[in-house]
Ligand binder design. Structure first.
Ligand code: PLP
Length: 457
């Protein structure tokens, strides 16, 4: 046994193989050495368990495979054929070409991120985005941070830490990923004062809770669920009027927020930041990568007095936006200023795509695939915690998954060289053209052909 162990190749003997040397040109020596060690550990374990002795050749091959198959930039691109436009697990909003170009041009070299080229002095990374956001929403001021969760946390810490924050019981909710309003308030050092009931809260309920300890009123858009029937909640304007009467700031979490009126597209009306500002919210919070259609970001718009409190708080530095996201965000916002969002920003191109055009695309896919499947009516959803229960009519390519069944076929599509994420309904595989980017059609069809040839021939 001990003799067998001594026959195991040494780390150096594997590293001196020409093919492994080539690998060391592509990857750092540390990476290669660590993989070699892992493979040798495995060889040793195999021997211990009574397996055969791995030869140098076998070890070299497994080192090559391991390095080449497992080290690639991540996350990788997938094809979203689910029909869920803002799919949080699939990275939410796909970026516009302009946003991608903007990241490239600002990040390939140095940039004026925090440098004022006019004066030669230090500048602010926030000022340009803030100017566009003020134009778009009518706010006095704005600041952009890492994401909306950190924006809300920062807003509460800066405005209401050590005081009471009044929230309706109907809005004391969990956003997802364990982000719960009561917990966030606690972490921010504020005390949650819940008022009203789950389904009905009136402005009087808020007023009854006002005291000299009140630091803010927080209004949270119930973005990912719907309470219907016997319900009431005060308008933002009523809350703002109450806040003014008692000199209490009103903070408004819109969740997604939409700078475009979603009702123009047959959807329910999603709260708009410009409406929130017009109603007089002190600060309004919304995401960059939901209906805005940009990168992950948390946007805070509002009164100068409150925004500067937020900007000057030490936590603002901890959650500041990075230059890549900022580049993509400003490029996305410019599309709104130019008024060509619908054609330029993928999320809006998807929402506004005509159902007939989607039908043509689904039928075209089917024709290329030999008319073996069906094209059926169905619906797409917006997703991403916006517009729950809202549906956009669509056409779907519907595939009978026999003989393997829908779970097996959807797994095969997911595990293809270009992963295709589908939807299963009534034991059919459904593919929605609405969320498949137009330049992904060829890849999608290649994957379907190769996967179904294997299982259905
Ligand atoms: C999505 C959402 C958030 C969190 O936004 P992120 O950008 O994901 O951090 C906060 N509040 C509401 C109401 C949301 O819908």
């Amino acid at each position: 046994m001990a003799a067998e162990f001594r026959k195991l190749p040494s780390v150096d003997s594997i590293l001196s193989d020409e093919r492994i040397k080539d690998l060391s040109d592509k990857y750092s020596r540390l990476v290669v050495v660590s993989v070699v060690r892992t493979q040798l550990d495995y060889a040793r374990k195999l021997l211990k368990e009574g397996g055969h002795l791995l030869e140098v050749e076998e070890l070299v091959t497994s080192v090559l495979d391991s390095v080449n198959q497992h080290w690639f930039p991540s996350p990788i691109q997938v094809i979203n054929a689910t029909g869920v436009i803002l799919h949080t697990n699939l990275g939410r909003a796909p970026l516009s070409i302009e946003a991608l170009d903007s990241i490239r041009q600002s990040s390939m070299g140095y940039s004026d991120l925090e440098f004022d080229t006019g004066t030669g002095r230090r500048g602010s990374r926030h000022s340009y985005a803030a100017r566009i956001l003020s134009h778009l929403t009518g706010s006095e001021s704005a600041i952009v941070v890492n994401n909306n969760a950190s924006a809300i946390m920062l807003g509460l810490v800066a405005i209401a830490s050590g005081s009471e924050v009044i929230v309706s019981r109907g809005e004391s909710l969990e956003i997802g990923g364990g982000f719960r309003i009561p917990d966030v308030l606690k972490q921010s050092g504020a005390t949650l004062i819940e008022v009203g009931t789950t389904n009905r809260t009136y402005v009087n309920d808020y007023e009854d809770a006002v005291s000299d300890r009140t630091g803010a009123i927080l209004s949270v858009h119930s973005s990912n669920f719907k309470v219907t029937g016997f319900t009431h909640s005060p308008s933002l304007l009523e809350l703002v009027n109450l806040g003014r009467k008692h000199n209490i700031p009103v903070l408004h979490d819109l969740g997604s927020g939409s700078l475009i009126d979603t009702s123009l597209f047959g959807l329910a009306h999603e709260p708009m930041p410009q409406e929130s500002i017009a109603a007089g919210a002190s600060l309004s919070f919304f995401s960059g990568d939901k209906l805005l259609g940009g990168p992950q970001a948390g946007i805070i718009v509002g009164g100068e007095e409150y925004v500067s409190k937020v900007a000057n708080h030490p936590i603002a530095r901890a959650v500041r936006i990075d230059k890549l996201s900022l580049s993509a965000l400003t490029a996305t916002l410019l599309a709104y200023l130019r008024d060509d969002v619908i054609s330029v920003v993928p999320v809006w191109a998807m929402i506004s795509e005509k159902v007939d055009a989607i039908g043509d695309r689904a039928r075209n896919w089917n024709r290329i695939l030999g008319n073996k499947y069906e094209v059926v009516e169905g619906y797409s959803t917006v997703g991403g915690g916006s517009l729950p229960d809202q549906q956009l009519p669509t056409w779907l390519l519907s595939i009978d998954p026999s003989p393997d069944g829908s779970d097996s076929l959807s797994a095969a599509l997911r595990n293809a060289y270009k992963p295709v994420i589908s939807r299963i309904e009534n034991d059919r595989i459904l593919l929605d053209p609405r969320t498949v980017l137009h330049d992904q059609d060829d890849d999608l069809l290649d994957v379907i052909k190769s996967v179904l040839l294997r299982t259905q021939s």
